[in-house]
Design a protein around this ligand. Structure first.
Ligand code: HGY
Ligand code: MN
Ligand code: MN
Length: 411
């Protein structure tokens, strides 16, 4: 059977999907042994495609193909870390599709005037550490050094994790790149939503990326004996947290274009016959409009204050991360749009509710995104899937973009 670009993409995706810390599920967090193995696999694919490869100071894997006449690079790529029990395309598609495209260019003897770099970012999901977009923010030069002190669930700091990964945490800032090195950043990513499938389209153009805030909310009540403390004398941290969570849902349902998610909750001491004395839960708050997200945040804080007073508990809300919404660059998006049309597909532009490394890179260079249809819009779920045909279209659009790329060579 002849290999197509789509089948090559799937071949590489399957190899990456086999590298996981969980048997039978795909979980690969940043700076782990599994991340190291994934970087090594991707480095081999990049080298086989004729690229020079290095690992930067934050653990991103970076491949580069020199241009014939211009040292500036069009940057491509996405993330190699995953959520827990993840799908195999979220992130990885945006690293593998560009590599297959470079393979095709090399096979066809096409020499581009400008350089191409492909990056596999080390941490976009923010599963291991409280912050996220670590790899892309390091490249953009916007990473706050304070994140080096953030710890994972095993109390390992980012600095120690970098050390164990073979990187010197004192040199993280050397991962930052300068704007004049790049022509722009294009990220290929699954849509993670149902729109392209409903439109009957294999690919789409991203107009904007929603901003997001992440919070850690701690409720302090009074632990007690489940059998001896009357209901009216309790300061039950878990019931108070539950009321806060229902309030968060009510507020986000009432506001336009806001989504709020509590994905993690930890009740302590965690015994069935003990009234929970302390609860910590996460909040992920998003909107394509930063002002609306701010409005939701304020309403949530007010609601939490009311619950605290009513239930005689102390509640602390700590924002651990924020990324403002990003509008994709018109010029770069226009070139992707031309490539989509040239490949014979109707152009459809849509916003991204999910966050992406492109949000961080927008601080450094022009960014644009190509979405690929995914079945049922399912993502952050092992059922996440795309077709080989759509993967083929993504590579074709990238090929068209690179070979027809128009830019001001003089500047
Ligand atoms: O959470 C997100 O939007 C992304 O998948 N990290
Ligand atoms: Mn994701
Ligand atoms: Mn992603």
């Amino acid at each position: 059977m002849s290999t197509t670009a789509g089948s090559k993409v799937f071949e590489y995706i399957e190899k990456l999907a086999a590298i996981s810390e969980d048997d039978g599920k795909l979980t690969r967090v940043s700076l782990s042994e599994q991340h190291r193995q994934a970087n090594q696999l991707v480095a081999g694919l990049m080298r086989d495609a004729g690229m020079l490869v290095h690992t930067d100071a934050i653990g991103n894997i970076v491949g580069r193909l020199e241009g014939q006449s211009d040292s500036r690079a069009l940057l491509l790529g996405s993330h190699l870390d995953t959520v827990r029990d993840a799908g195999r395309f979220d992130g990885m598609l945006g690293v593998v599709a560009p590599i297959v495209c470079i393979e095709q260019l090399q096979k066809n003897g096409v020499k581009l005037p400008f350089a191409v770099e492909i990056v596999g970012f080390c941490d976009e999901e923010g599963v291991r550490f409280p912050s996220t977009l670590l790899g892309s923010r390091a490249i953009a030069g916007t990473l706050d050094p304070a994140v080096l002190n953030e710890c994972d669930a095993n109390n390992i700091s980012l600095a120690d994790a970098l050390q164990a990964f073979g990187q010197d945490p004192a040199k993280v800032s050397s991962a930052s790149r300068s704007a004049d090195e790049f022509l722009g950043f294009v990220e290929v990513h699954i849509e993670q939503g149902p729109v392209l499938e409903r439109e009957g389209l294999p690919v789409g153009l991203v107009s904007a990326i929603s901003g997001a805030g992440r919070y850690s909310i701690t409720v302090d009540g009074v632990a007690g004996h489940a059998g001896t403390v009357p209901m009216h004398l309790r300061s039950d941290a878990l019931v108070a947290a539950s009321e806060c969570i229902v309030e968060i849902e009510r507020i986000c349902q009432a506001l336009p274009d806001v989504v709020g998610t509590v994905g993690v909750i930890d009740a302590r001491p965690g015994a069935g016959n003990v009234i929970p004395g302390q609860v910590e839960f996460s909040l992920d708050l998003r909107s394509s409009r930063d002002s609306t997200r701010d409005q939701a945040q304020q309403q949530i804080y007010n609601a939490i204050d009311s619950v605290a007073a009513k239930r005689k508990v102390a509640i602390n809300c700590q924002q651990t991360y924020e990324a403002n919404s990003v509008t994709c660059d018109q010029w770069l998006s226009g070139q992707i749009g031309q490539a989509i049309s040239a490949c014979g597909h109707r152009l459809h532009s849509l916003p991204s509710g999910a966050g992406h490394d492109a949000m961080a890179l927008a601080e450094l260079t022009n960014v644009a995104m190509l979405f690929v249809r995914c079945a049922g819009g399912i993502s952050h779920n092992p059922e996440e899937s795309i077709t080989e045909e759509d993967a083929e279209v993504a590579v074709q659009v990238l090929y068209q973009l690179l070979t027809q790329f128009e830019y001001d060579a003089a500047s």
